[in-house]
Design a protein around this ligand. Structure first.
Ligand code: SAH
Ligand code: SF4
Length: 395
């Protein structure tokens, strides 16, 4: 796909039911879907809602995968569940731990595909960066994932399953019957900033994040979940209405000319259209600022004029500007801005009244930093020449 090709979301999504004879996975189902699935195996309609709550707690609060352990359900029901259903999450293939404690997992999903998941420990929180697609249909010229053609959307089970997998690895499922308040959590935040464009897999991302936020699910506050989009404008209002999490946007440029090259979806929805959608994001308040992600590319988007223009563009939007020093990857057509240029940029934004933290690259030694994710099975990378041609730059 070239940068000029139409942007499509016409991608394969797996059916929920497994092939004939297989068991149906309960993970990732909405409450309504699970209620119906229980009724289908003979649970009386009147009881079904309560059973869903109980099963959700076993699966998402206590981390159980074995129906036999669900001791507040009758033995008969447990046997019935065992016969028809399974509780399955993606399988961990490799785990790398960086010098700074960042963990990068390669997990295998149905069809033999692999996606990457990154856990980033910090003093006051632990953030899990999860993927929403295998590859990406978009072709942002600075992003490693963008060089990998899209294979498919992840199911809601595969999306929430990444969180469950990390809780397994961090060994932080509480003992059944006890509560696990937010503050005590190792995995306290989720960011949808891994592989893929979450808003091109809207329904599955929504269903998975509803489980993450549910008081009988993973129990994370919606303020602890951040969805990052490259700017799929028509889905931004839906994100506020149907998910209600925090929003980050891959802004990266201050003129349409430059953004067209860096984030090609800009040709479909330009800076003005994007800003209009962001201004309307109904949940805006001081505590719910939009995060503007801005990758610092040497002499491409990092001038003082850019910083002034950016401050002007976002005027009136409660915002934080995350400056991301470019993470290089083999064949990348850009260089990271110098420390001086990044600080000068940050100061201008700061003086205009916005927080402008410079993101510290994490897990660089294991290629776990932003935009470096790319699974081992899909190495069909474009040539350096092709990437440069699309990006409109010369080496
Ligand atoms: N597809 C979504 C979410 C995944 S990317 C999106 O584009 O928003 C997460 C963030 O990392 C985005 O802001 C993305 O632009 C940025 N990123 C991608 N490649 C990068 C790189 N090589 N260096 C630094 N940041 C990068
Ligand atoms: Fe896809 Fe986001 Fe990478 Fe762009 S930055 S190619 S939207 S993953």
């Amino acid at each position: 796909m070239t940068a000029n090709a139409p942007i499509t979301q016409d991608v394969l999504t797996l059916p929920r039911k497994l092939p004939e004879g297989g068991k149906t996975n309960l993970v990732g189902m909405t409450r309504d879907q699970m209620r119906q699935a229980l009724i289908d195996i003979g649970t009386p309609e009147k009881q079904a809602k309560m059973r869903v709550g109980q099963i959700w707690q076993w699966i998402y609060q206590w981390g159980k995968r074995d129906f036999a352990e669900m001791t507040n359900l009758s033995k008969a029901l447990r046997a019935q569940l065992e016969e028809s259903f399974e509780i399955t999450i993606p399988e961990v293939i490799t785990r790398q731990i960086s010098e700074d404690g960042t963990r990068k997992y390669l997990v295998r999903i149905a069809g033999g595909h692999e996606v990457e998941v990154v856990y980033i420990p910090e003093d006051s929180r632990g953030t899990l960066c999860i993927s929403s697609q295998v590859g990406c249909t978009l072709t942002c010229s600075f992003c490693h994932t963008g060089t990998q053609r899209l294979v498919r959307n992840l199911t809601s089970a595969e999306i929430i399953g990444q969180v469950m997998m990390a809780r397994d690895d961090l060994d932080e499922w509480p003992v059944p019957g006890t509560r696990n308040p937010d503050e005590a959590r190792t995995l306290s935040n989720i960011v949808l900033m891994g592989m893929g464009e979450p808003l091109y897999n809207f329904d599955n991302v929504r269903d998975a994040m509803k489980i993450a936020m549910d008081p009988e699910g993973i129990q994370l506050s919606r303020r602890r979940i951040t969805l990052s989009t490259s700017g799929v404008v028509p889905e931004i209002a839906r994100t506020a209405e149907e998910i209600g999490c925090l929003l980050a946007v891959s802004f990266h440029a201050t003129t349409d000319e430059v953004r067209d090259k860096l984030v090609p979806i800009n040709k479909r929805w330009n800076i003005a259209a994007l800003l209009e959608a962001l201004r309307a994001y109904p949940h805006l308040s001081n505590s719910e600022r939009i995060t503007f992600e801005y990758v610092m590319l040497a002499h491409v988007n990092d001038s003082k004029e850019d910083a002034h223009r950016l401050a002007k563009l976002i005027e009136g939007i409660p915002a934080k500007i995350n400056l991301i020093p470019f993470n290089e990857w083999p064949g990348a057509p850009y260089k990271r801005s110098s420390g001086n240029r990044i600080h000068a940029f940050s100061d201008i934004i700061h003086d205009a009244g916005y927080a402008s933290p410079i993101r510290k690259p994490r897990g660089e030694d294991i290629m776990a930093a932003c935009g470096q994710l790319k699974s081992a099975t899909e190495r069909a990378r474009k040539s350096r020449k092709q990437i440069e041609a699309e990006a409109g730059v010369k080496s």
